[in-house]
Design a protein around this ligand. Structure first.
Ligand SMILES: Nc1nc2c(ncn2[C@@H]2O[C@H](COP(=O)(O)OP(=O)(O)OP(=O)(O)O)[C@@H](O)[C@H]2O)c(=O)[nH]1
Ligand SMILES: [Mg+2]
Length: 216
């Protein structure tokens, strides 16, 4: 079917560009993380909390993706980390070409970690490789513990899940252990962190994930 062919060509081009970016990150010894999650799941707040609590932010750079506004870029800049903003103007995900086009606008010579915050969405970003080494899914407790079962491919494609807003759990009647069990029923290898930007729970563990990994 012609429609299917067209789609696979688009995906093929995306994957080729992502492979070039991945090679660039590998050569420069940069750990690239693609953050996906629903709108408002706490992606930017998690980054702000991590950056504020560690001098390792000096080794970081961020690409922000949103449909509109430079709000998230400005929040990251205010936390002391170089950042650029992609505005997709309607698209529900970032693609590899958009990301590759931003790389020379960041001080990657000094960076060891590049974080890409994808457009808030649990479906569209899943199919688009951006050249990342690790894909991290962010879920807020207020989304409910069944979301991994309803959006399985997002949880399947990630290596790490961060459950944010743990301080809100008693107010939204969610069972965090049940949420984690649901996610692991989809992806048994998923590494899990539970965080709260308000209390600081899990923020050090998240920073450790970003900055303390053994390099090649
Ligand atoms: N109480 C509490 N509120 C939080 C926490 N993390 C995020 N929030 C709040 O949740 C809301 C959404 O957070 P953001 O960090 O903007 O979410 P996001 O995933 O970056 O949103 P988009 O980029 O628009 O998809 C904000 O009002 C935050 O203050 C947390 O750990 N505890
Ligand atoms: Mg954000």
């Amino acid at each position: 079917m012609p429609e299917v062919k067209l789609k696979s060509k688009v995906m093929q081009k995306n994957d080729e560009i992502a492979a070039v970016s991945r090679e660039r990150f590998k050569k420069a010894d940069i750990f690239c993380v693609n953050l996906i999650g629903s709108p408002g799941s706490g992606k930017t707040t998690l980054l702000e909390a991590a950056f504020r609590s560690t001098p390792d932010r000096a080794r970081c750079a961020v690409i922000e993706g949103d449909v509109k506004t430079e709000n998230d870029m400005n929040r990251i800049l205010a936390a002391g980390v170089p950042a650029v903003q992609i505005q997709t103007d309607g698209a529900c995900h970032l693609n590899a070409e958009q990301v590759a086009g931003m790389l020379d606008r960041l001080p990657l010579d000094e960076a060891r970690v590049l974080i890409i915050e994808n457009v808030g969405n649990l479906i569209c970003p899943v199919s688009y490789d951006l050249g990342e080494e690790s894909r991290l899914i962010v879920i807020s407790v207020a989304e409910g513990q069944d979301k991994p079962l309803k959006y399985p491919s997002a949880f399947m494609s990630a290596q790490v899940m961060v459950v944010t807003t743990a301080d809100l759990a008693p107010h939204v009647d969610v069972d965090i252990d049940g949420l984690i069990a649901n996610a692991r029923s989809i992806n048994p290898k998923l590494e899990v962190l539970v965080t709260s930007a308000r209390t600081g729970q899990g923020i050090d563990a998240f920073s450790k994930f970003l900055f303390d990994r053994p390099r090649r």
